[in-house]
Ligand binder design. Sequence first.
Ligand code: ADP
Ligand code: 5GP
Length: 206
Amino acid sequence: MTQYAGSLYIVSAPSGAGKSSLVKALLAQDTGIGLSISHTTRAPRPGEEDGREYHFVSTETFLAMKADNGFLEHAHVHGNWYGTSKAWVASQMQQDRDVLLEIDWQGAKQVMSLVPEGVSIFILPPSMDELERRLRGRGTDSEEVIARRLDAAGQELAQAPGYDYLILNDDFKIALEELKCVVTASRCRFAQQRARHKQQFSNFNI
Ligand code: ADP
Ligand code: 5GP
């Protein structure tokens, strides 16, 4: 298999744990990472824009892409379809760029088996009460959506042991520091360094 210099990060968390906030803060400080914009059949929330948070598509369009083998992974989450464009991830990896996927555990499992060198990170909230507070505090979802997401949180949390890294998002600054450390450590893996510095490594015969 081709060895790329870039790393593929897979980030999951129960809804409301702070995953999008952490990823947004990471990307603001690290321009070397490209965030995959997923396709979804979910309706945009107030303030969300097509092509920025998601590619918002109809179920018909999503299922046509799925039938066309256009997704690296896909899953039905909280009543909607979500999927990662295979072509976009491949193009970024071929350019040796780091890529980050913000996806649920079902999609993460698919990517972990397809890309074993991917780096999986699970974000944990400090407690269920705090998770609920954050979901309500975000102010973007109806009571029905919040209840559905809290219901699903247990199942999502049960998947945490399958991930490479665990970040407890209690104090945001500490969690962000830890996330940045994971990124730095991933870039220092032997295979990534060798792909990045081909000439030096071949000079050393390693
Ligand atoms: P997710 O992407 O996991 O669904 P968000 O990033 O949307 O979660 O965060 C949910 C809410 O919790 C947002 O209002 C966000 O500002 C808040 N939040 C995120 N991290 C923390 C934290 N460490 N402490 C307190 N509030 C947080
Ligand atoms: P939200 O609707 O809150 O943006 O996302 C709901 C859930 O769907 C989150 O767990 C999020 O990580 C997940 N998700 C977003 N995009 C994708 C994707 O492309 N694939 C999969 N499997 N899950 C996704």
